[in-house]
Design a protein around this ligand. Structure first.
Ligand code: 5GP
Ligand code: MN
Length: 318
């Protein structure tokens, strides 16, 4: 059984590193910190490397121990969380060097790039998979671990609203409430707090939004110039893709953001409402994700990238 192999590798390892995907969201950050704290509770020290830590998650327990890099190059064990593709893993050099590797994820598009892969595509968040794993390992989910896990669940389910939510999601949340985890406070911090820069970007994104395919597609973008003008920091673009999806009649919301290192590259974020599998659409650009939330990278200027995306979408819209 995979879980037995995972615990055996953890027991054997003297040095462990925990990694996650680029532009980490609440599930990425929550699952790495939950894993770190859980391993600590069974006497295992693990390093967490996250190069770009969004400041809205500064409240999480264990945050102060997150590093941008470490001295050690060769770990006994590397654990990748919430990351479908080795290409997107931040600190992949540690992963590639490690003696053993474990991948724990909930993306259907996961490339199974670990020695051991534990992937459950129906879990609404990677953090929710960890609940079952910790239970199997007899690790108690205390208030701190629970706070990290709940942060991931709340971000990836949009506050318990998306279709992936299961009875276990609520059962687990109920248990955490009993342990004193403040669900309302986490929700407020994660879902209802905008940085000033994010608000300024939101104004631009709304102002520029265009509709195509009889209103079934919304498209908007931000450039590096925008990011500079509003003094954006890491994570300040989060959530902007959701705005288009809320407009009546929209099936697919598209948001693209210029890459910092290459002005002819754009990061694509896509969301759908009912039937378009945006993971498949993004796969055509070398990306992936979930049926209702996915991403990729495309080359070109705004107009060129827009046309490429619209051409792919015209094939799948009803
Ligand atoms: P977001 O639009 O919030 O950046 O990402 C939405 C979902 O798509 C996340 O689950 C994320 O992991 C996935 N995703 C985003 N960009 C990429 C990409 O370039 N490649 C792959 N494989 N998945 C991506
Ligand atoms: Mn996730």
């Amino acid at each position: 059984m995979t879980l037995d192999n995972i615990i055996e590798e953890i027991r054997k390892a003297e040095s462990i590193i925990i990694l996650t995907h680029e532009t980490p969201d609440g599930d990425a950050i929550g699952s790495t910190l939950a894993m770190k704290l859980a391993l600590k509770s069974i006497g295992k020290n693990a390093e967490v490397v996250i190069k770009e830590y969004p400041r809205i998650f500064n409240y999480l327990p264990g945050r102060e121990e997150v590093k941008k890099e470490t001295e050690t190059q060769k770990y006994d064990l590397a654990i990748s969380l919430d990351c479908a593709d080795l290409k997107r893993l931040v600190g992949k050099e540690y992963f590639e060097e490690a003696k053993q590797t474990i991948v724990i994820d909930h993306h259907g598009s996961n490339q199974m790039y670990g020695d051991i892969n534990f992937v459950n595509p129906v879990a609404p968040a990677c953090c929710q998979i960890l609940i079952g794993i910790f239970e199997y390992f007899n690790i108690e989910v205390n208030k701190d671990i629970g706070t990290c896990i709940l942060t991931g669940i709340i971000t990836d389910t949009g506050g318990f609203r998306y279709s992936g939510v299961t009875p276990e999601t609520f059962e687990f949340t109920a248990e955490l409430l009993q342990k004193g985890v403040n669900v309302a406070e986490i929700s407020k911090k994660v879902l209802e707090t905008r940085t000033k820069a994010n608000f300024e970007l939101m104004k631009r994104v709304i102002d520029r939004m265009e509709f195509f395919e009889n209103g079934k597609v919304s498209f908007t973008y931000i450039t590096n110039k925008d990011l500079q003008e509003v003094n954006a920091e890491i994570g300040d673009h989060e959530g902007l893709v959701e705005i288009g999806r809320e407009v009546e009649g929209v099936e697919v919301a598209v948001f693209i953001r210029q890459k910092e290192d290459d002005e002819y590259k754009y990061k694509i974020s896509m969301r759908s409402n009912n039937y378009v599998n945006v993971s498949d659409v993004c796969f055509a650009f070398g990306g992936g994700g979930h049926p209702r939330a996915a991403g990729a990278v495309a080359q070109g200027d705004v107009e060129q990238v827009k046309q490429k995306i619209l051409s792919e979408l015209s094939k799948v819209l009803k």
